[in-house]
Write a protein that binds this ligand. Structure first.
Ligand code: FNR
Length: 373
C-alpha cells in the first residue's frame, strides 16, 4: 500500500536552516505529482539550470572595515518595503498546503513582505486581501504591499472584471505576465483546487483522468498579450503596471514607452521556453536601457541572501522568489513560509554586513567578480 504525503509540520525543527533544507524536505509533504509540477522546467530544463548556475558563476568582493549602520528597506512606487524580497505569483498554492494563498499572505503580512497574487490563485483574491489586512491590523501595522498578477483573458471584459476586483480589494499594483502564452505545461488538479477567480469565465481546457483533471493548454494561450493590450491596460487603470517576462533591449524601452511603471525580468522559472538565458544574465543589458526610468525586478533561481545581493548589484531594485514558497508551505504552512522569508532577509543582511555595504542601493557591479575567471 502506498503511503500519502506527510502532513505539514506544526513546529519548525532546528534542522531547517536554509531554503535548500525546505526544498530537500518538501517532496515528503506533497504528492509526487504536485512535487514534479512545482519543480519542473520546460524541455530539457536548460533554462531552469541556468537560473541557478548564473548566480553560482558570480563571486562577491567585500570592502574592509566599513561603517555598517544600515538596513534593507527599499521604496517601490511610493511604498516602503521592509526588504527587496517579494513573493512571486504562483498558481494553485493549495497544491502545496490546504490553506494555500491564505497561509502565504499571512506569512507575507507577518513579515511585512510584498506578495504578488496570481490570477490562477486557488483562493479568491478578495479573501486573500482580507486575510492580509486583518493580520496587519492585529499586528498594529499598515497593510503589507499586495499586488495582483493579471493573465489577460480571451475576452477583454473578463480581464477588466479581474482588474476592477483587484482595485476594489485594495491591490496596489498590477503585474502583467507576458510570457505564459508560450507555456506548454499541464497539471492534474486534485479535487478542491481550482482557479476560483475565473469562475464564470472560459476555463482552462481540461480532461478528466483518474484522480484529477489535466489542463491541456489554456485560453491564456489565445490571450497572449500584444502591444495593444498593454496600451489598453494602461488606459484601464491608474495603478502602477509591471510587465513580467523577458523584455530585451528595444522591447524593454518600448514597454516603458507604452506606459509600464516597472519590469520584472523573468523567464517564468524556466517553465516556458527551454533555452532562454537566465534572467540574471540578461539583467545588466535591460538595466542599461531603462533602469533610470523604472524599477527593475528579477526572479528565477533566487535561493539565498547572496543571490539577492548579486541581482541588486547588477541593477535589480528587488527580487521575487517562486518555488521556495511552495516548499515552505508544504513543509510547515504559514510558519514555514514566514521562516523562509526571515531566513532570506537575515541572510541578505549578513551578506551585506560581510561585504561592508550598509544600504542596498549602494550595491553595484564593483562588488562582483566572475568566478573561475
Ligand atoms: C509560476 N510562475 C507564475 N508566474 C505568473 O506570473 N503567474 C502564475 O500563475 C505563475 N504560476 C507559477 C506556478 C509555479 C508552480 C511556478 C514554479 C511558477 C512563475 C513565478 O512567478 C516565477 O517567475 C518563478 O517561479 C521564479 O523562479 P523560481 O524562484 O521558482 O526559481
Amino acid at each position: 500500500m502506498s503511503e500519502g504525503p506527510l502532513p505539514p509540520l506544526t513546529a519548525i525543527p532546528a534542522s531547517l536552516r536554509s531554503l535548500a533544507d525546505y526544498e530537500a524536505r518538501a517532496p515528503q509533504h506533497m504528492t509526487t505529482q504536485a512535487w514534479h509540477h512545482i519543480r519542473e522546467g520546460a524541455g530539457r530544463e536548460v533554462t531552469l539550470r541556468e537560473n541557478r548556475a548564473a548566480f553560482d558563476r558570480i563571486g562577491l568582493l567585500p570592502r574592509a572595515m566599513a561603517e555598517l549602520d544600515g538596513d534593507t528597506r527599499i521604496d517601490l512606487f511610493g511604498r516602503s518595503h521592509a526588504s527587496p524580497i517579494l513573493l512571486a505569483p504562483l498558481a494553485y498554492m493549495c497544491l502545496a498546503h490546504p490553506e494555500g494563498e491564505l497561509a502565504a499572505v499571512r506569512a507575507a503580512a507577518a513579515l511585512d513582505t510584498g506578495m504578488v497574487v496570481s490570477t490562477l490563485a486557488s483562493v479568491s483574491l478578495e479573501d486573500i486581501a482580507a486575510a492580509s489586512r486583518s493580520l496587519s491590523q492585529e499586528l498594529g501595522r499598515p497593510p503589507a504591499p499586495l499586488w495582483f498578477q493579471l493573465y489577460l483573458q480571451p475576452e477583454r471584459e473578463h480581464s477588466l472584471q479581474l482588474l476592477r476586483r483587484a482595485e476594489d480589494a485594495g491591490y496596489e499594483a498590477i503585474v502583467l505576465t507576458i510570457d505564459a502564452g508560450l507555456k506548454p505545461a499541464g497539471i492534474a488538479l486534485p479535487p478542491g483546487v481550482d482557479a476560483v477567480n475565473l469562475a464564470g469565465m472560459p476555463r482552462p481546457r481540461q480532461t478528466s483522468v483518474p484522480g484529477g483533471r489535466i489542463l491541456l493548454g489554456t485560453p491564456l494561450t489565445d490571450a497572449a498579450p500584444k502591444w495593444a493590450d498593454l496600451a489598453w491596460l494602461r488606459s484601464a487603470t491608474t495603478l502602477p503596471i509591471l510587465v513580467k517576462g523577458l523584455v530585451l533591449g528595444d522591447d524593454a524601452r518600448r514597454t516603458v514607452d507604452e506606459g509600464a511603471d516597472g519590469l520584472i525580468v523573468s523567464n517564468h522559472g524556466g517553465r516556458v521556453l527551454d533555452g532562454l538565458p537566465s534572467a540574471l544574465d540578461l539583467l545588466p543589458a535591460v538595466a542599461e536601457t531603462v533602469r533610470d526610468q523604472v524599477p527593475l525586478l528579477l526572479d528565477g533561481g533566487v535561493r539565498q541572501g547572496t543571490d539577492v545581493v548579486k541581482a541588486l548589484a547588477l541593477g535589480a531594485r528587488a527580487v521575487l522568489v517562486g518555488r521556495p514558497q511552495m516548499h515552505a508551505l508544504a513543509v510547515a504552512g504559514m510558519p514555514g513560509l514566514a521562516h523562509v522569508i526571515h531566513l532570506l532577509r537575515t541572510e541578505l543582511e549578513a551578506a551585506m554586513a560581510q561585504l561592508g555595504c550598509p544600504r542596498v542601493d549602494l550595491l553595484g557591479p564593483e562588488r562582483l567578480v566572475a568566478l573561475g575567471a
